[in-house]
Design a protein around this ligand. Structure first.
Ligand code: SF4
Length: 407
């Protein structure tokens, strides 16, 4: 989307949100609960709605979960869909069929709450940021969305510089619903325990939920596992055992250790991946309008935060790190430039607005939300590397010299 009314793109929505008297949260899962915990004192939440009859009823906090058939919306009420991106469009279509009007009283959490916060609470909220302490990975997945196998030299970001980056982020941004840490494989980062402890001790009150994704091939050190538990990190354990069976033992060791330390985690087993297909895609002949449409249909949900900058599209940013694309100055927002009078611009940039309305990498990218190219999960392009963490080498986390290339 290209800016046509910079700083005021959400004024109409903001005006409507000011009139809202109550909302229902569609989805009584982890996203819905996160939102409830963050917003129950900021707007009246009448309860959850869930399609699963088993979730109906009243929970320990006296909050009711309804079936959609029980809901009668008043004029100044709305439903906010708080599920994963994969299902939210389908849910919205179902709600529209039964008479809820999209854009009048159905909203998606990632757009609703940041706009609500800005216009009702004067708070700059981001739906999520994606954060990579390192791009290094021991796997070599053919369709890695982060293009990790294509990076010639993996380095680990300097811990002090990362702390300064986090301080900058939270000095400019008031609230982040989801802070997502990935890589590369984050467990390879030698200062990970220190990093998440710093994040928790200094900025926890501005974050709804911290998640971290691991490829589940590297058992973490005791110190790291304890830090994951103490900091309340929600670990997503990717189950790649079908394609990397040589790591079965490590997977089992990891699960046992997480249970032993009380780490919050869930195992995620995808049926398939998508491929961004940068070597088989050519949209370079498309005009501006076609490229903007591709960007909008793609609806990429992630923006990376790195080096004090928010990057318009995660995958375009990763492509630049991997040397597949150049860096363009209109594809990042430097948080050093955020002032009291341009906070709306940051919100709009995070919602996908930019001067051009697309990323240059869109010209060779098959897209994310609109991607038809199914790929095998974690298919290895060549043998996985026997990376060792400092812990496995007998060192403690934190003693490895940094090689910081500002990844
Ligand atoms: S099409 Fe590709 S480069 Fe463009 S926004 Fe989507 S994921 Fe990013």
């Amino acid at each position: 989307m290209n800016w046509t009314n910079k700083g005021c793109e959400f004024e109409e929505q903001g005006r409507r949100f000011k009139e809202l008297k109550a909302i229902y949260i569609f989805g009584a899962g982890i996203s819905g609960k996160t939102i409830y915990n963050m917003y129950a004192d900021k707007i009246r939440i009448k309860g959850f709605i869930d399609n699963d009859p088993a979730k109906s009823g009243i929970d320990g906090n006296n909050v009711r979960t309804f079936l959609i058939s029980e809901i009668q919306l008043d004029e100044y009420e709305a439903i906010v869909i708080c599920t994963g991106q994969a299902s939210e469009r389908e849910i919205a279509a179902g709600l529209t069929e039964i008479g809820c009007l999209s854009d009048k009283n159905i909203y998606f959490m990632n757009t609703f709450f940041p706009v609500f916060d800005m216009y009702v609470n004067d708070v700059l909220c981001l739906p999520s940021v994606s954060y990579l302490p390192t791009t290094a990975c021991n796997l070599r997945c053919k369709d890695c969305l982060n293009f990790s196998p294509l990076i010639k030299e993996h380095k680990f970001r300097n811990i002090e510089r990362q702390k300064a980056d986090l301080d900058l982020l939270f000095s400019k941004i008031d609230r982040i619903i989801l802070f997502h840490i990935s890589g590369g494989e984050p467990f390879l980062y030698p200062h990970l325990a220190e990093l998440i402890t710093y994040l928790s001790e200094h900025h926890k009150n501005k974050i709804g939920r911290v998640e971290m994704t691991t490829n589940a091939t590297i058992p973490p050190s005791d110190a790291l596992t304890k830090a994951l538990a103490d900091c309340g990190v929600n670990l997503i354990v990717d189950d790649y055992r079908e394609n990397v069976p040589e790591f079965q033992n490590n997977f089992d060791m990891l699960i046992k250790k997480l249970d032993r330390y009380g780490v919050l985690y869930r195992v995620q087993k995808a049926e398939n991946w998508i491929s961004l297909s940068p070597f088989d895609t050519n949209h370079s002949h498309w005009n501006e309008a076609q490229l903007r449409l591709h960007f909008t249909d793609c609806a990429v949900p992630w923006q990376e935060y790195r080096d004090g900058k928010l990057w318009l599209c995660n995958y375009a940013a990763y492509a630049a790190v991997a040397g597949l694309e150049k860096i363009y100055s209109d594809e990042f927002y430097d948080l050093n430039d955020v002032r009291a009078d341009n906070r709306n611009e940051v919100l709009e940039f995070r919602m996908g607005y930019s001067d051009k309305g697309y990323a240059e990498f869109c010209k060779r990218c098959a897209g994310y939300g609109n991607n038809p190219n199914k790929a095998k999960v974690a298919e290895q392009s060549w043998k996985p590397q026997a990376f060792q963490t400092p812990y496995q080498k007998g060192q403690s986390h934190g003693n490895t010299p940094d090689k910081d290339n500002g990844l």
